[in-house]
Design a protein around this ligand. Structure first.
Ligand SMILES: Nc1ncnc2c1ncn2[C@@H]1O[C@H](COP(=O)(O)OP(=O)(O)OP(=O)(O)O)[C@@H](O)[C@H]1O
Length: 229
């Protein structure tokens, strides 16, 4: 079953040229794939259409067979519970502890304290942050901060995780660690779509790769077609 389907999707920003042109692809449940292309190719725009930060100008985006064009008003928040988002600059609250940062989406949803504690501690353990829950973001390394951002995206158990250049600020070893973490998510039921222009890293991961060029999807490369990096 497809968790995500783009059907002839185009996006034109007001006054700009086409950021996406006639893009069509599907992501299967439990799949991890990459989205790559030069700066300005449309990667961030494509991810924004998935978490409804932007709307397409033409075409259809289906998430779990739900037409996102019809998701409006308070349903937008419900949709976003099913899509975890990770950014390059993880946008952590600097005056809140690791625990509070990760708990935030669950607090906003009104979950009970006991349930929040159980879920937050579970995800922090999984990401190797079990002993850092009282720390403030500034007391963490860059890799740890990024893992907190990922924990916050995962704590709601989304169907799909989208990540926009999640390793852009990290050294190669940390970047590889974060990528292996992403690669472990599909077996737990979360599909993963990662935008990155780090071609070496993308190639080493041996996953499907979508290539955007000036808003067009110009290639869809299967893992077995990837050359050795
Ligand atoms: N809010 C906006 N208003 C107008 N034009 C925009 C807006 N956001 C992006 N664009 C334009 O849309 C095109 C695609 O941008 P996008 O950010 O999706 O590319 P990208 O592949 O993510 O680039 P990068 O790797 O540099 O982040 C670019 O030409 C960009 O200038």
């Amino acid at each position: 079953m497809a968790v995500l389907r783009f059907d002839h999707v185009s996006k034109q920003y007001p006054g700009g040229r086409a950021a996406l042109s006639e893009v069509s692809f599907e992501v299967a449940a439990g799949e991890m794939l990459f989205l790559t292309g030069h700066s300005g190719a449309g990667k961030s725009t494509l991810l924004k259409l998935i978490h409804l930060a932007e709307r397409p100008s033409r075409g259809t985006v289906l998430f779990n067979d739900r037409n996102l064009l019809k998701v409006r008003g308070r349903r937008v928040a419900l949709h976003r519970r099913e899509v975890g988002v990770v950014f390059q600059d993880h946008c952590l609250l600097t005056d809140r502890s690791v625990f509070d940062n990760v708990a935030l989406p669950l607090v906003l949803r009104g979950l009970r304290r006991g349930e929040i504690g159980r879920r937050v501690r579970g995800v922090l353990e999984r990401l190797g942050l079990g002993d850092r829950e009282r720390a403030l973001p500034a007391q963490l390394s860059a890799g740890e901060q990024q893992r907190v951002g990922i924990a916050r995206a995962l704590v709601g158990e989304p169907r799909l995780l989208v990540a926009d250049e999640p390793t852009g600020n990290l050294d190669p070893t940390l970047a590889a660690e974060i990528m292996s973490l992403f690669a472990s998510l599909p077996e737990r039921g979360t599909s993963v779509l990662v935008a990155s222009h780090d071609l070496g890293l993308v190639r080493r991961m041996r996953k499907r790769v979508l290539v955007l060029d000036q808003g067009r999807l110009v290639d869809d490369i299967a893992p077995e077609e990837l050359a050795d990096g």
